[in-house]
Design a protein around this ligand. Structure first.
Ligand code: MTE
Ligand code: MO
Length: 403
């Protein structure tokens, strides 16, 4: 069993698949806090979690090189140890991770799609601490001409049965742009490898709990490309390659691509389709939940949720409807003080509104507008794609009114 060394997980997660492990927090808890506790952070693994023991940590090296198709072997091979990386200027950022498959379940209800049946919880937020990717590349000693490549590729420690690792790539211009805040994290909500806490928790005998809570999310190093779909944020980061080619990883080339709604598995051409990168504007109602009811006697109902957009675009507005989208009101936004063009984390929103008289049912709908005035599409049909990716249609929740 290749998964026998997988870490323990919180019982609170809703499991979509055991091997590989894929799970999401309950929607009712998700938007309770700006930062998602590590034990509740959604998990999306394609492969077994790699074993990283103390012995391995001592000799852990992040490797990097320049490599192209015509090359017989990698050029300018460099590496840094974990302590080298921890000595670089510390960079800290709150960022939301969202799987491109978030809300796939709703898309599959329109027409069958291939993929894990995620509800609205394959999204979570953490405070990441680490070093900027550009600082790492500079410290490795790459020269200007090495950066004249079109792409930068990333590989994880996790491998498939043929020994091929999980991988991704992004454009070099993006990787080198300091405004994109791309980083290699060694702490997640302060609990990744923070020595002080480890000592404190070792005394409390919680050391292993801590270890396992970060094991699923990339311990000891995890790439964070904020505002870009989860798939490019390589966990257990081991290797970087500067190249004129995109990553050869299955998940870069043969997956995480969208097609028009008429394209099926017989007609899709993965080679010419664009690889998904920045995530589109999204919002979800986390409370009340779909099967619940509200009491007319209370007079008011509080509706809450999250909103998020890719590329650092902040949330300008969340519109809420109680009548299926006929009329709208504005929700109150809490973006935790993020700047509108560098919003790497979600915005939580809330509205307390009078329950309309003589209604048996409320048809709640939310839609967000980002700082570029991108809006969510009303219907799924127009964005349906065979892999069920990037469902950001209006989110609808109907609740009964009692009394
Ligand atoms: N990195 C590696 N090495 N292996 C993986 O399977 N899954 C990706 C990404 N990085 C993955 C990976 C996908 S599709 C997503 S959505 C995010 O990690 C999920 O991150 P999380 O499990 O920390 O929530
Ligand atoms: Mo994902």
């Amino acid at each position: 069993d290749a998964y026998k060394n997988d870490p323990e997980r919180s019982m609170a997660l809703t499991v979509n698949s055991e091997k590989p492990f894929n799970a999401e927090p309950p929607l009712s808890l998700l938007a309770d806090t700006f930062l998602t506790p590590n034990s509740l952070f959604f998990v999306r693994n394609h492969l077994p979690v790699p074993v990283v023991d103390d012995k391995m940590l001592k000799t852990y090296q992040l490797e990097a090189s320049v490599f192209d198709k015509q090359d017989t072997k990698p050029k300018h091979v460099k590496s840094l140890t974990l302590s080298d990386i921890k000595r670089l200027p510390k960079f800290e950022m709150d960022a939301t991770m969202q799987c491109a498959g978030n809300r796939r379940k709703e898309m599959s209800q329109v027409k069958e799609v291939k993929g894990l049946s995620w509800n609205c919880g394959s999204i979570s937020t953490a405070k990441w601490t680490g070093a900027r990717l550009t600082d790492i590349l500079k410290a490795m000693g790459f020269k200007d001409e090495d950066f004249n490549k079109k792409y930068i590729q990333f590989e994880g420690l996790d491998v498939d049965p043929t020994g091929t690792p999980y991988g991704s790539s992004i454009a070099m211009e993006k990787a080198l742009d300091p405004n994109q805040c791309i980083m290699v994290a060694y702490e997640m909500n302060g609990l990744h490898t923070s020595k002080k806490l480890i000592i404190k928790f070792m005394i409390l005998n919680y050391y292993n709990v801590l270890r396992t809570s970060a094991a699923d999310h990339g311990f000891p190093l995890r790439l964070i490309i904020p505002g870009v779909v989860g798939a490019r944020n390589v966990k257990w980061l081991k290797k970087i390659v500067l190249s004129d080619e995109e990553s050869h990883s299955h998940w870069q080339r043969k997956d995480y691509k969208c097609f028009n709604p008429s394209v099926d598995f017989n007609t899709c051409d993965f080679d010419t389709a664009y690889a998904v990168q920045e995530t589109p504007v999204q919002s979800v109602i986390s409370e009340p939940s779909a099967s619940s009811s509200v009491s007319a006697d209370d007079g008011y109902v509080t509706v809450r949720g999250y909103a998020f957009s890719g590329g650092g675009r902040g949330i300008a507005r969340v519109d809420l409807s109680l009548d299926g989208g006929e009329t709208w009101l504005n929700a109150e936004l809490d973006n935790n003080g993020q700047s509108p063009y560098k919003s790497w984390a979600w915005t939580l929103w809330e509205a307390t509104v009078p329950i309309p008289k003589n209604k048996k049912k409320l048809d709640l709908v939310c839609k967000a507008v980002d700082s570029s005035h991108n809006v969510q599409p009303e219907r799924i049909e127009g964005i349906w794609n065979l892999r069920g990716l990037l469902n950001n249609s209006w989110h609808r929740v109907s609740v009964k009114v009692e009394g």
